[in-house]
Unconditional design. Structure first.
Length: 128
């Protein structure tokens, strides 16, 4: 009998619940489901650029578990892109984290190591 799945911590629900190829009706597409913990792993590793150890700590799981979740997530995204499948964000064994006092206004996560969040470097074109 497998061990019960440990609850993973997720910063926030995704703004978009799914993606699909243009010009093909949803009824004609095969659908892949990306679980919320897989979505969060992609966000932490690929969007925020965190190392596995730091990202795993933020999700409340081991580094090895984080690596497995990230591998599954990347495989699903690649399959959807290469084979033209729809990708929906589903549920999963997750718990939403509360915002920190020093949270980033863009993505709601804590600022990195006392510095500005990485998203400040990526997409702030607004005047100061």
């Amino acid at each position: 009998m497998p061990r019960p799945t440990q609850i993973r911590f997720v910063n926030a629900a995704p703004k978009v619940r799914g993606l699909k190829p243009l010009g093909i009706p949803m009824t004609e597409l095969e659908v892949l489901t990306l679980q919320l913990d897989e979505f969060e792993a992609l966000r932490l590793a690929d969007r925020e650029g965190l190392y596995h150890e730091g990202a795993a700590e933020r999700m409340g799981i081991s580094r090895v578990t984080f690596g497995r979740i990230l591998l599954r997530a990347r495989a699903k995204v690649a399959e959807a892109l290469v084979e033209g499948k729809a990708l929906l964000v589903g549920e999963g064994p997750v718990e939403m984290q509360k915002r920190h006092d020093d949270s980033c206004p863009i993505h709601g996560g804590p600022r990195r190591r006392g510095r500005a969040c990485r998203c400040d470097d990526l997409n702030h074109d607004a005047p100061s």
